[in-house]
Every structure is written in structure tokens, then in C-alpha cells.
Write a protein that binds this ligand. Structure first.
Ligand code: UD1
Ligand code: CA
Length: 464
């Protein structure tokens, strides 16, 4: 039994009022179109996926490069969903499939179990056409499913073409179908909808009936799963539904969320149990959060790994970084890409770290910039320390070995190495390597001018 899937993704999505094609708009950190492709990829038995795309859709090809199961077919002019399916079928290059699953690319919340269920139902029922329908509280942006008195499906009518009475129907078309081989030739019988100048795939339901094929509409209840994104409002509705689905999942897995509404967890994130997440937290990309972490409010973490028991304090941004077990970062810290924070290390207020490693128990607690640096274990970075890694042309590395103490307000001008256990006196500008165990001091010697204040101001006071 061979199954292929055609995903219709060529439309511009005019109602989005955007320069960007609709299906590459961002939904919780990923392009809309990736969701339906991933759902289909997880359906057992599907061996080929063709995306019907428009001529403006180079970005879609870019998203799926390196995925052999996905191929592309251009729909030359956007003549409607039936024409898009025809283009998609062209992308099969003559390969024959027993069943063709069809989806619109703008309904990203579809789950693979639902698709698998639809295919099973289609096969078991010996159907030629199975369309997935659902009950919508606000059906105006969908085609209505009209049924015969005996309950069988008669046809689908688009909102534009529906009578007042038909518009009251709340069973609508999801845009997801399964076709057997014998149904596909009927695509040629679809006539242009004169109002819109498009060929509507939905017409295949009535045409199937006229040709005595077995047509079924499988009705689902969970409206959220089938939200079609046509406008910015529907994009937000889909985001809210996805957010709810993901947040409920992590709560079921033993994660505490303090505010379901303002916690935004992207679909590819994973979180260990007993982690606590405060309000206004965004976890993006391929972020991995270990068990027992605490993430305080207003934190964004993207493509990063946190081992267990990490604490991220308020208003911190972490990008493409790693934090080892028991470390604490923030408040108001910024880990830029390539930062690796060691076990039990501490990164405190207003500290920026870029492309650097901090060893076990190392601390940079206040107001520092650490860039392109390798810090060993048990290093103490005093407040206001800066690695001067850039000379205006090139970047250089700073090495700070185990047990080093850097006094406050020091500048380490790279390339420079501070040897094991060395001390740097506060306020030093270090331009040469410091040997192991040494004290480096590089600042003007202090002079105290006795009674200077009195000498300077006493005459002035007399003048007054
Ligand atoms: C479509 C269905 C509607 C259904 C709804 C579900 C038709 C005529 N209407 O309406 O019954 O309730 O989806 O969400 O099928 N596309 C192309 N080429 C085209 C036109 C569209 O590839 O020429 C693609 C779009 O990129 C989109 C999908 O097909 O992913 C659906 O098109 P859209 O214009 O959004 O259709 P709807 O009006 O939402
Ligand atoms: Ca749509």
C-alpha cells in the first residue's frame, strides 16, 4: 500500500497583508508550513511528500533542503486549490500511489494521529474520497459541509457562494482529504468558479457523488486542531491554541508553569520534570531544559541546553549556549552564542558573555564583558572586568587559568593569558601575560596630598 501526501502551499495569503508568503510566517519559532510537513512525515506509510508552491517560494525550498522525502512542484499561476493539487500530482513524476493525502499548508495544528485515523477510515470504508470536517464556532472563513437527509455528505459550499441558510451550518471543511486512485481523474471535471476565477478542490465532493463514487466526510470536534491561518488574527488564534497544547503537555510531564498564558514554549523544546517556569518566559528553537531548573520571569532562552538544577534569574537572554548543572545566571545577564557555563558557576547582574567557557565554580557576578575567553575552574571575576577582545580589526582570545582572581574594574587586553592562581589587582589594564601565582598590578601609584582640600577652598570661603 503506497501513500503520498500533497501539501498545497502556493497561495500568497493576501489577507495577511504581508511581503512574506503566508506559509513561511513564523508560528512559535517555526515557519507555518513546517508543521503540516512534520505531521505528515510522522504518518506511517507516507513515502513521498510534494509541496505545491508558487514561483515566489524559493524560501520554502530552502526550509526543506536535505529532506529527501519532500519534493516540490510549481503551480504556475494561482488558479485555486484544485489546480494546486493538479500541480502537486505532477510532482510525483508518474509514480503511482494507492492513496493521496491532501492538506492545506496553512492549517499547522493538525496531528499525525488524526491524519493516520483519516487514512484508516478511508481504507476501511472503501471510500474514493474522504474529507475531514469539523465543527466551528465561527465558520465564516471555511467552506460549509452540506449533508443529505441520510447524513451522507452532498457537497461543500464556500462562504462566498453560500446562501444565508447555508451560512448557518457550522460543520466546515478542514481542507484535508484522502483520495483513492479512481477519484483523481475527477479533478479535470472541476469548473472554474466564476466569482473568484479559481478551480475549487471542494467541488470534487459533489462531482464524486455525481459519478457514484463513495464519498465520506469524517467530522471532528476539536476545532483548534484545524485552524486555518488566513489573517493575522487567525495566526494569533493558532499561536494561542498551539501554546495551550504545548503548555498542557509539559504540565502533564511534571513541569510547573506559573502562567499558562505568557509562557511560550516552541514545539522542539524539551523540559525535565520539576522544573519551575515563572510568567513571561520564552523557550525557543532546540532548547533543552533539564530537571529541577527554575526559570524566573522575563527570560528568553533560544537553542540552548540547561543541565539539571540550573537557575536563570529575571530578565536574562540566553542564545545558543550551554549551562552545566547547578549553575546560576542572571538577573539581567546575556549569554550570547557559544557560551558554556560550568557546574555551579555563577553569572550575575549585567554580565555579557560571548563565545567563552567558564569552568566549575567560576564566578562573574557583576557588570562584566567576557568575550572569546576560556576561564578555568574557581576563577573569580571582579565587578566591571572587561576582556578587550577586539582591536578594531580582529578578535583575540583571553585565557584565565584555574583559581585566578581578577580584581574589579580590570581590562584584560587580548591576546593574553593569566596563569594559574594569579591575582590581578583592581583597576589594572593587563596587556602582557601574567605568570602562574603572580600578582599583576598595572595602575598609577596612589598619591595622597595632605590638606589639599583646605588649601584649595579656604581662600574662596574668605572671599565670600
Ligand atoms: C480552503 C477551502 C475551504 C476550507 C479551508 C480550510 C477551497 C476552495 N476552499 O479555503 O473549503 O474550509 O481551505 O482551511 O479549497 N493554494 C494553492 N494554490 C492556489 C490557492 C491556494 O496552493 O491557487 C493553497 C494555499 O497556499 C493554502 C491552501 O491552498 O495553503 C488553501 O487556500 P486558501 O486560499 O487559504 O483557501 P481557503 O479560502 O482558506
Ligand atoms: Ca486557508
Amino acid at each position: 500500500m503506497k501513500i503520498c501526501a500533497i501539501i498545497l502551499a502556493a497561495g500568497l495569503g493576501r489577507r495577511m497583508k504581508s511581503k512574506t508568503p503566508k506559509v513561511i510566517h513564523n508560528l512559535s519559532g517555526k515557519p507555518i508550513v513546517t508543521y503540516s510537513v512534520e505531521a505528515v512525515k510522522a504518518v506511517k506509510g507516507v513515502s513521498k511528500i510534494v509541496l505545491a508552491i508558487g514561483r515566489h517560494s524559493e524560501e520554502i525550498i530552502e526550509i526543506f533542503k536535505g529532506e529527501p522525502i519532500v519534493s516540490f512542484a510549481y503551480q504556475e499561476s494561482l488558479l485555486g486549490t484544485a489546480d494546486a493539487l493538479n500541480s502537486g500530482l505532477g510532482g510525483l513524476n508518474g509514480e503511482h500511489f494507492d492513496y493521496t493525502l491532501v492538506l492545506t499548508a496553512d492549517a499547522p495544528l493538525i496531528r499525525s494521529e488524526t491524519l493516520r485515523g483519516l487514512i484508516d477510515r478511508h481504507i476501511r470504508g472503501g471510500n474514493a474520497i474522504t474529507v475531514l470536517s469539523f465543527v466551528s464556532k465561527n465558520p465564516s472563513s471555511y467552506g460549509r459541509v452540506l449533508r443529505n437527509p441520510d447524513g451522507t455528505v452532498r457537497c461543500i459550499v464556500e462562504n462566498n457562494d453560500a446562501s444565508e441558510e447555508q451560512r448557518q451550518i457550522n460543520e466546515v471543511n478542514s481542507g484535508i482529504y484522502v483520495f483513492s486512485k479512481e477519484a483523481l481523474p475527477l479533478l479535470d471535471k472541476i469548473k472554474k468558479n466564476e466569482k473568484k476565477g479559481e478551480f475549487y478542490l471542494t467541488d470534487i465532493v459533489s462531482i464524486g457523488n455525481e459519478n457514484a463514487l463513495k464519498v465520506e466526510a469524517q467530522k471532528m470536534d476539536d476545532e483548534d486542531e484545524f485552524i486555518g491561518i488566513n489573517s493575522r488574527l487567525e495566526l494569533l488564534q493558532a499561536l494561542n491554541a498551539l501554546k495551550r497544547r504545548i503548555n498542557r503537555h509539559w504540565m502533564d510531564e511534571g513541569v510547573t508553569l506559573m502562567d499558562e498564558n505568557t509562557t511560550l514554549i516552541s514545539p522542539d523544546v524539551s523540559i525535565g520534570r520539576d522544573t519551575i517556569i515563572y510568567p513571561n518566559v520564552i523557550l525557543e528553537g532546540k532548547t533543552r531544559i533539564g530537571e529541577g531548573c527554575t526559570i524566573y520571569p522575563n527570560v528568553r532562552i533560544t537553542n540552548s541546553t540547561l543541565e539539571p538544577d540550573v537557575i536563570v534569574k529575571d530578565s536574562t537572554l540566553i542564545e545558543d549556549s550551554k549551562i552545566a548543572q547547578g549553575a546560576a545566571v542572571g538577573p539581567f545577564a546575556h549569554l550570547r552564542p557559544g557560551s558554556s557555563i560550568g557546574k555551579k558557576a555563577k553569572v550575575g547582574n549585567f554580565v555579557e558573555i560571548k563565545n567563552s567557557t567558564l569552568g566549575v565554580n567560576t564566578k562573574a557576578s557583576h557588570l562584566s564583558y567576557i568575550g572569546d575567553a576560556a576561564l578555568g575552574d574557581n576563577v573569580n571575576i571582579g565587578a566591571g572586568t572587561i576582556t578587550c577582545n577586539y582591536d578594531g580589526v580582529k578578535k583575540y582570545k583571553t585565557v584565565i587559568e584555574d583559581g585566578v582572581f581578577i580584581g574589579s574594574d580590570s581590562q584584560l587586553v587580548a591576546p593574553v593569558t593569566i596563569g594559574k592562581g594569579a591575582f590581578v589587582g583592581a583597576g589594572s589594564t593587563i596587556t602582557h601575560d601574567v605568570p602562574e601565582g603572580a600578582l599583576a598590578l598595572c595602575r598609577a601609584k596612589q598619591r595622597n596630598i595632605l590638606d589639599w582640600v583646605k588649601a584649595k577652598f579656604s581662600t574662596k570661603k574668605h572671599d565670600k
